[in-house]
Design a protein around this ligand. Structure first.
Ligand code: C2E
Ligand code: MG
Ligand code: MG
Length: 750
């Protein structure tokens, strides 16, 4: 109990039991007809009643002495309880035996002191809690206050009127007035403190409020009886007084700090003020039948009016909070539901007793969204997501939900669905995405991967269902099959995938990536003028892997930036070694779009060159045309920056991408083009390919761009290129890509 030493726990328990016994026995003696006489009974009204007050005073005293929590508050509360108890004991032992009984007496001082001490205790408790007071809370408090005042005045005014009629001394009238005034003040302060707890106070505050009401009733009646000489000891009123006084220290020992929060009574915000507003209304109705003091009527009217204003404000607040609720559950970008709404509906579908548990969870992920986004730029990437969300939401049936879970991932909850109907809907979702999207005035085709998990067979809680739908989606993505329903085997597949990603990173970081070099030949002067660095994975088990066999995996795992940097560092290092041997070659490195859009990339390139002391103009970066398609501004900025430092930027695979001649005109910083091998390799057999190459060479010559023909596979092609005035050639005819130590510089050997 309350973290007390066991010895003290026993003492408190014994005192509590003793007090309970005293209250019950005393209360029994006050039941009408139990006693033979209405006069003071020394055993019951003397020993028993006083014993009860003494026991409860000891309990009250021990609370702040033994317990640190809220000690200051309890010093005051206990002081109040002790004052009231002592006042009773003194009254029973001394005052009541005096003839005539003095009024006011020392006991009145004790009884009145209780109110003061309790008021100070409440203020101490509430002081730190008044942080934010909403208008509604203040109006609630006013409703309660007006209602209490109206009821209290309605009861007390007639009593006072009666007393003043019997001619009593000033000190007695002052004491008479002090009781109701302090009673009401204490009630108001308690209500204020409860308000400070946002109507969710510790239980002892509710008990104290109830006890204060009891004090008000008991004291007013005692007052009346004393003044009119109708007082009798040992009535039900005495029991009520003892009980009300005892409940306060009892509640202190019953609930400690941690259990206070656990046992806090949560009453819906509007209940209390509504109840008091009803009291006020009730009093107004009562006043139409029976004479009630005008002040009470005004106060009751005020209480009811404030309650009406409060209700109007409440409606507004409810409307606003409904709007906030909607906003909090909507995705800002696409205006479909967000992850929070999705999770809520999923939990509802799973746990609501009225809903069918047969439903499907779908995870929809756009394939290659990252590179689409990088290529388009974020603004157009967002536009695409909005359009996708719009199409997906049109497929949904009423009652089903589509939500954006984050990035390019959407989730759907399909009610009353089995695996077959879920697949039908997944098919429809796929179909809705099939029509190309018009973004930046061009048509963009996308595909998506959809994973399906069915409740309850694939999972019985939200985490499991989502995880399984996610796994199925990954399966659909990695096998490029579009739609996949969850199977337990997917766990294994996912494990393999994760392991392969881990393996790939390890391969890059631990030097399993090797660089092969393919010479670039100046076919006009017949000499090796440069080399393209081409990556190979020297796999310990699978042998030498070409880029086509592992680059897509690298891209998917987001490891492209790491790979490019590794290749670049190695290639630049090799260039340094060649420079030291007196061989001056340009080195060409392939880049992915992601590299160029990374704002830190130019700096990383310059740093790698500087570290090896390789001149910037010895480096060519090869980019594909896709970059210019959608985000020309970013592409232009990055290329300008690299070119301003003397680095050459070449367009790779020219003729295969989204070729537009526009960028050739705009991008004055371009060093040149590499005509794609698909044209060059066919020059000897395909006249049209030959014509394309020829015109491209002319175009480059007149734009002052360097032109490299890649895919020169035989002498005939080489000869044609020489005749066409092509400056540089690269291809198997001269050399296949080789390791640095087998790289040939001598044209005669090539
Ligand atoms: P690419 O940049 O167009 O590289 C030229 C590719 O054509 C190389 O294939 C090369 O071996 C091949 N090739 C060279 N001469 C001939 C020829 O006469 N006939 C034919 N049919 N092919 C020839 P590889 O090494 O398999 O590279 C394929 C692609 O992988 C490269 O195309 C490039 O886009 C990418 N790649 C290679 N290394 C890297 C790298 O380090 N980083 C990045 N991002 N991509 C790389
Ligand atoms: Mg290349
Ligand atoms: Mg190429």
């Amino acid at each position: 109990m309350l973290g007390l030493a066991p010895k003290w726990s026993i003492v408190i328990r014994v005192l509590q039991i003793l007090l309970a016994l005293e209250i019950v026995s005393f209360a029994f003696t006050t039941i009408p007809t139990v006693r033979h006489s209405t006069s003071f009974n020394p055993v019951f009204d003397g020993w028993l009643q006083a014993g009860g007050y003494i026991t409860l005073a000891i309990l009250a005293l021990l609370r702040p002495v033994k317990i640190k929590a809220e000690r200051m508050v309890w010093i005051w509360i206990s002081a109040g309880v002790i004052a009231r108890s002592l006042a009773f004991v003194i009254y029973l032992a001394i005052i009541k035996n005096l003839k005539p009984i003095p009024y006011p007496s020392i006991s009145d001082a004790g009884w009145l002191a209780m109110y003061l001490f309790l008021i100070i205790g409440m203020v101490t408790l509430a002081k730190n809690r008044f942080i934010k007071l909403s208008t509604s809370l203040v109006l609630d408090a006013l409703t309660v206050l007006f209602s209490l005042l109206s009821i209290a005045t309605a009861i007390i005014f007639p009593v006072l009127e009666k007393l003043s009629a019997i001619k009593v001394p000033v000190s007695a009238i002052a004491t008479n007035l002090a009781y109701p005034v302090l009673d009401i003040t204490l009630l108001v302060v308690i209500v204020g403190t409860i308000l400070a707890f946002d109507w969710k106070p510790p239980l002892y505050l509710w008990i104290m409020a109830a006890c204060t009401v009891a004090f008000a009733v008991v004291d007013t009646i005692f007052l009346y009886q004393n003044a009119t000489g109708t007082y009798h000891p040992g009535t039900i009123l005495s029991s009520l007084s003892l009980l009300a006084t005892a409940l306060i220290p009892l509640s202190a020992w019953r609930w400690n700090r941690s259990t206070i929060s656990a046992t806090r009574i949560t009453i819906p915000g509007l209940t209390i003020p509504t109840l008091f507003a009803l009291f006020s209304l009730g009093l107004l109705v009562y006043a139409t039948q029976v004479r009630v003091h005008i002040i009470s009527v005004i106060l009751a009217g005020g209480g009811a009016l404030i309650a009406i204003i409060r209700t109007v404000i409440s409606f507004k607040t409810i409307r606003l909070s409904a709007q906030h609720r909607k906003e909090a559950r909507t995705d800002d970008l696409t205006s479909v539901a967000n992850r929070r709404a999705f999770n809520e509906m999923l939990a509802e579908a799973l746990y609501s007793p009225t809903q069918s548990k047969n439903f499907a969870v779908l995870i929809i992920d756009i394939n290659d969204f990252k590179s689409i986004n990088d290529t388009l730029g974020h603004h157009y990437g967002d536009e695409l997501l909005i359009a996708v969300a719009n199409r997906l939401s049109h497929v949904m049936r009423t009652g089903d939900l589509i939500a954006r879970l984050g990035g390019d991932e959407f989730g759907a909850i399909i009610n009353d669905a089995d695996s077959e109907s879920a697949e039908v809907i997944a098919e429809r979702l796929q179909a809705s995405l099939r029509t190309p999207f018009t973004i930046v005035l061009s048509e963009l085709e996308i595909t998506a991967s959809i994973g399906i998990a069915i409740s309850p067979s694939n999972g019985i809680d939200p985490v499991e269902l989502l995880q399984h739908a996610d796994l199925a989606m990954y399966e659909a993505k990695s096998r490029r099959i579009g739609i996949c329903a969850y199977q337990p085997e997917h766990h294994q597949a996912q494990k393999v995938r994760l392991e392969s990603e881990k393996r790939l990173r390890q391969a890059i970081e631990c030097g399993e990536m090797e660089i092969y070099f393919q010479p670039q030949i100046n076919i006009i002067h017949n000499r090796v003028c440069g080399a393209e660095a081409l990556v190979r994975w020297n796999h310990p088990k699978l042998g030498l892997l070409t880029p086509g066999e592992f680059l897509p995996q690298v891209e998917n795992a987001g490891l492209m930036p790491l790979l490019t940097l590794t290749v670049m560092r190695k290639a630049i290092h090799q260039t340094r070694l060649w420079l030291d041997q007196g061989r001056d070659l340009r080195i060409a490195i392939n880049m992915s779009v992601i590299n160029l859009l990374d704002p830190g990339f130019p700096e990383a390139v310059l740093e790698a060159l500087e570290q090896q002391g390789v001149p910037n103009f010895s480096l060519d970066l090869e980019l594909t045309e896709d970059l210019f398609m959608a985000d020309p501004t970013r592409a232009h900025r990055a290329i300008s920056e690299l070119a301003s430092h003397g680095i050459g930027v070449m367009i790779d695979d020219y003729g295969t991408g989204y070729s537009t001649l526009g960028y050739l005109q705009d991008l004055k910083e371009l060093r040149g083009l590499k005509i794609d091998r698909s044209f060059v390799a066919k020059m000897d057999t395909d006249g049209r390919a030959s014509a394309i190459v020829d015109s491209t060479i002319h175009l480059c010559n007149s734009l002052n761009l360097v032109v490299i023909a890649e895919g020169v596979e035989n002498r005939e092609i080489h000869q044609q290129l020489v005749e066409m005035g092509c400056e540089i050639g690269q291809g198997y005819y001269y050399s296949r890509p080789t390791t640095a130590d087998k790289f040939e510089f001598d044209m005669a050997k090539i």
